[in-house]
Write a protein that binds this ligand. Structure first.
Ligand SMILES: Nc1ncnc2c1ncn2[C@@H]1O[C@H](COP(=O)(O)OP(=O)(O)OP(=O)(O)O)[C@@H](O)[C@H]1O
Length: 245
């Protein structure tokens, strides 16, 4: 019998922008139910990698499958199992929170009810607020709710807590932990070590388009002979990681 396909299977992925190799021979496999971190300095290729996994960019080379599906050739099927929250949400500014949620809920055959989504990200009091009037953190939380509207089995979350205050951050972390309890696989792009330590089962360290280490957070620390993940990052990549929060 065939074994279950990986939640995300990436092999020898490459992507060029002009002469610059943004993703350079990246391979990784994310198992079902894992929270998998993608960590790296600005410009390391994190967003490009997850955009390719989501089928939003065409790779120049390599192989990508999400639950065994090809994100470009089987777009419609992938959309039913994958939820994506990208760095900048391009949402209709004049629509209210409830209108945007209803719009997204309408895309899926078996969506999470709108009320449940609002609750999940703590935006029930803002349901009649227009998107443009939300704070940055509220916009961020809304984009997470929208990514979860279709009950995805795999969720890609790109810098989900960047720019959030500590309380909002904790709220979002609790949402991600709830996803773990529901056996949803999460690919989490992040700059925040605390987030990695708290949430991630394993993490890939990206630098200049290449994976320079892939391990559990504790494994990375041990491998680098470091005291904590911050130090491990510097030891492994030779760079300071700037928090862009
Ligand atoms: N559409 C594009 N056209 C040209 N170059 C691009 C494009 N998108 C990204 N790049 C370049 O590719 C490299 C990788 O970018 P990417 O956004 O994937 O990195 P990142 O690790 O997500 O960075 P950040 O942490 O700043 O979001 C960078 O050097 C970036 O300038």
């Amino acid at each position: 019998m065939e074994s279950e396909p990986a939640a995300v299977d990436v092999r020898n992925l490459s992507k060029r922008y002009g002469g610059m190799l943004a993703v350079d021979d990246v391979s990784l496999r994310v198992e079902t139910g894992e929270i998998f971190g993608v960590l790296g300095t600005n410009g390391a290729g994190k967003t490009t990698t997850v955009e390719i996994i989501a089928g939003l960019r065409r790779p120049d080379g390599g192989h990508v499958r999400v639950l065994g599906l090809d994100p470009r050739r089987e777009r419609a099927k992938v959309r039913q199992v994958l939820g994506v929250q990208l760095q900048q949400a391009h949402l209709h500014h004049a629509l209210t929170v409830a209108e945007l949620i209803d719009l997204y809920v309408g895309f899926y055959p078996n969506p999470r009810p709108a009320g449940e989504l609002l609750d999940l990200v703590g935006l029930t009091p803002q349901r009649t607020t227009r998107f443009e009037k939300l704070s940055g953190g509220q916009q961020q939380r809304l984009s997470i709710a929208l990514a979860l509207a279709g009950r995805p089995r795999v969720a890609i979350l790109d810098e989900l807590t960047t720019g959030l205050d500590p309380r909002a951050r904790r709220k979002v972390w609790a949402t991600v932990e709830q996803l773990r309890d529901d056996n949803v696989t999460v690919v989490l792009v992040t700059h925040a070590m605390e987030e990695v330590e708290r949430l991630c089962d394993r993490v890939a360290l990206l630098d200049a388009g290449r994976i320079i280490a892939l391990d559990t957070p504790a494994g990375l620390v041990a491998r680098a002979g470091a005291a904590n993940l911050d130090e491990a990052f510097v030891a492994l990549s030779g760079k300071e990681l700037e928090e862009s929060a």
